[in-house]
Structures are given as C-alpha cells and as structure tokens.
Design a protein around this ligand. Structure first.
Ligand SMILES: [Zn+2]
Length: 256
C-alpha cells in the first residue's frame, strides 16, 4: 500500500512535505497492524474493518489515513464541498489529510476525443462532520424517519426498569446519525432522536445487545445476526408495550 510516485513532480514543496508525512503515517500504521496480527491480536484489525463500514467508498490508503488522524470520524468532505451542502466547517478545526486525484482533461491519442484523466494523487484536506458548525443541534440527514411522538411514558418506564438492573443509561449526542450504543454495562441513547417512539425502540434494541451479544452467549454470531436479533427482540417488546410500529427504517448502532 504505497502512494503513487508518478504525481510527485506535480506537487508543490509544501505538498511534497505533506505527502512524505502521509506515507510515513500509513507505513507505521500498517507496520503496527502487522505486528499486532503477528502477535495474535486482532483487535486493531477488527477496528479497522469496523471503520471501513463508514468509509467503504475510500481507498485502503485513505481509510488508514482518516482513521489515524480522526479515529471517531463518521463522514468527511472538503471545506468547499461542505459549503456546497450548506454547512460550514467551524473555525479552528483540524484538517484530515488524504490522497486526492489530480484530474486533467487530455486528448486521447487514438480517438482525439477530450477525456478526463487521473495524472496521480496529491495531498488534500477534508473535515469530519463533527467539525461542522451547529452539528449537535442540526445533525446531518439520516435515512431513518421520525415516528409519532407517543411513547414518552413507556420510554421512561422502560428506562427506569433497565436502570434498576444496574446498567448505566445516558442520553448523549452521538456522531454520524448513530441512534444508540451499547457496551456490556452501558447504554447510550442519542439526544438527536426526535421522537419518543424511536427513543424507546433504540433503548430496547440496545438492551437486547447487552443481554445477548457480549460474553460467551455472543460466540459465533456475526454483526448481521446480532442486529437481526436485537431488532427482532425490540419488535417483540414494542408489541408487548402496545406500540403499533411495524418496523423501523434503519437502526444505526454500535456495540463495543
Ligand atoms: Zn444494533
């Protein structure tokens, strides 16, 4: 996984400096990962794969660069791309450096037609969604739809009942449209969920993860199976609580 050398002559001295730093960053990350795997530790590799889920459109090289510079990144874009989307990068934000293609229009020697060609790659800066002004109160659009806000009482009832089992439940702003998050003894419900019915469903979904997806009971289950089980349990519990919700659009969550 090395950066293309053919673009080097197209870079300014400052860009060449960035390029050298980026190569170094990728190289040491890969060496470190290889060392971990060689020692039988797969956590770093699995972390990388989990990160890839959010950045599957990016090259492996850029994936590593983004993860090294901003491990919590959820969605990145250039300064001007965010502006075109109506968002402003907050002052003082730290840029993430990745490889961007150098595109030029060239005439095809055989057909004579003008075509866009990639001449190489240059260091370019992008910013994470967390660095946008107002992101906490005005999150990026997500695929899940608001539901009727009619489960406030049930939400607090279930929250207290789960809390009584000893789990720590908090409401926090979660990045990238994430609705919930679970660990073996904590649940976080996103404060950006606009309605109590989705909040209740998220709480139940995460609780299902806590019960069934940590420790020996989780052995042999992949992520898709865990999500299916959590959402199925959530559906049963919602029915029990009298909710008429047939299904939710998408559940974004993480279990760590
Ligand atoms: Zn889940």
């Amino acid at each position: 996984m090395t950066a293309p050398a053919q673009s080097e002559t197209l870079l300014s001295p400052r860009q060449q400096e960035h390029a050298a730093e980026m190569r170094q960053l990728v190289q040491s990350a890969i060496t470190d990962l290889a060392r971990q795997i060689g020692a039988g530790h797969t956590d770093g590799y699995l972390d990388m794969l989990a990160f890839y889920r959010k950045f599957w459109r990016y090259s492996a090289r850029n994936l590593v660069l983004i993860k090294c510079q901003q491990p919590d990144a959820t969605r990145v874009a250039g300064y001007h791309t965010w502006q075109k989307l109506g968002r402003q990068v907050a002052k003082g934000s730290t840029a993430i450096w990745i490889w961007c293609p150098i595109i030029a229009r060239q005439r095809d020697p055989e057909t004579g037609a003008l075509e866009e060609a990639c001449l190489g790659f240059r260091p370019g800066s992008v910013f994470d969604a967390a660095d946008l002004e107002g992101i906490e109160t005005d999150p990026l659009p997500s695929l899940w739809r608001p539901l009727p806000d009619d489960c406030e009482d049930a939400y607090w009832h279930v929250l207290r009942a789960i809390g009584d089992t000893g789990l720590a439940i908090t409401e926090q702003a979660l990045p990238g449209g994430l609705q919930g998050k679970a660990t073996v003894d904590t649940i976080v419900v996103s404060t950006t969920i606009p309605d109590s019915r989705n909040r209740l469903a998220t709480l139940l979904h995460e609780y299902a993860h806590v019960l069934a997806h940590f420790g020996p009971v989780a052995q042999g289950k992949d992520e898709r199976q865990c999500e299916l089980e959590a959402e199925s349990d959530c559906y049963v519990a919602l029915q029990h609580l009298g909710s008429t919700t047939r299904s939710r659009a998408i559940t974004c969550c993480t279990t760590t």
